[in-house]
Design a protein around this ligand. Structure first.
Ligand code: YXS
Length: 259
């Protein structure tokens, strides 16, 4: 079953998330399709790509496929998890990726949007960092994406409260590039994509790669990394992690004990 739509005009590509039954949850299958589309776009040497959902959606993406998270005793968000694959595919795509957003963006999907090079949103867009709501230990690479996209104090508030940030606040904080009326979302985004596509693709591509490397140039010692992995392991081995996932499946609020 196709969970996305992909199309291009030889210059600008579009990937549309199209899994409304599960609110565009980022299942392994859906992410596989997005990555395959990006691989084709790379071959076609497209000069910009728009990542979007269907027009008028209330939920741009509900984030990680919670049902697919491992029960316990296994890192749910390791190097090989599908969201990490998608974030790397977005960051390493050789041309700019523009996220065009209306509706709610949750958890892992928030990271995917913030990993895009340019973000254009409609007034209905909201952004939430959700691991604390579910008892999930987010990973260092993912937190770095958030830190590169918003001030550290805002990342802290979003991560600790899991409350959505609305469109006007996201604009005020500089988390996104443009907030435009819903009726102008497409024309504005594709206008920007075309303007980018008219510039030198080689210069644009090498600047994107340099910015990616510079954004990741934070020194972390092997000892610190191991320590953080150990702390994360305590979270995914906890009763609270099991409770968070179970509560989602049972459609109720989790009762966290701190153990
Ligand atoms: O009951 P059915 O079978 O129809 O399925 C329901 C939901 O269970 C399903 N669904 C999801 N399935 C897997 N993973 C998800 N993230 C997910 N979200 C939703 O889709 C069907 C329709 O959902 P429903 O009835 O709740 O829709 P709604 O329109 O009333 O509400 C939309 C949402 C987005 C407000 C609501 O579905 C919701 O709160 N979803 C979870 C949002 C969330 O917490 N996302 C974080 C995912 S975890 C993640 O990204 C990382 C691991 S982390 O948290 O660490 O960043």
């Amino acid at each position: 079953m196709a969970l996305i739509k992909a199309a291009h005009d030889g210059v600008v590509g579009t990937v549309t998330l199209d899994y409304p039954e599960k609110r565009n949850a980022l299942s392994r299958e859906l992410i596989g399709e997005v990555c395959a589309a990006l691989a084709e776009f790379r071959e076609a040497r497209l000069r910009a790509v728009v990542l979007r959902a269907a027009p008028g959606v209330k939920v741009w993406s509900a984030g990680y496929d919670i049902v697919a998270l491992p029960e316990t005793h296994r890192d749910p968000l390791g190097w090989d998890d599908p969201v990490r694959h998608l974030v790397r595919a977005v960051a390493e795509f050789p041309a700019p990726m523009l996220a065009m957003v209306e509706g709610g963006v949750w958890g892992g999907a928030c990271e995917v949007v913030l990993a895009c090079d340019v973000i254009v949103i409609a007034p209905s867009a909201t952004f939430a960092i959700t691991p604390a709501k579910l008892g999930v230990p987010y990973n260092v690479s993912g937190l770095l994406t958030f830190l590169n996209a918003a001030p550290a104090r805002i990342v802290r508030e979003m991560a600790f409260s899991a409350k959505p940030v609305d469109a006007t606040r996201a604009e005020r904080l500089g988390m996104i590039n443009h907030l435009v009326p819903a009726g102008e979302l497409e024309s504005f985004t594709y206008g920007l994509a075309k303007a980018i596509a008219e510039n030198s693709p080689l210069a644009v591509s090498v600047m994107k790669e340099q910015l990616r490397i510079l954004e990741g140039a934070h020194a972390i010692s092997p000892e610190d990394f191991e320590r953080l992995q150990g702390l994360r392991r305590i979270v995914y081995d906890s009763a609270d992690y099991t409770e968070g996932l179970r509560a989602f499946k049972e459609k109720r609020k989790p009762q966290f004990s701190g153990r």
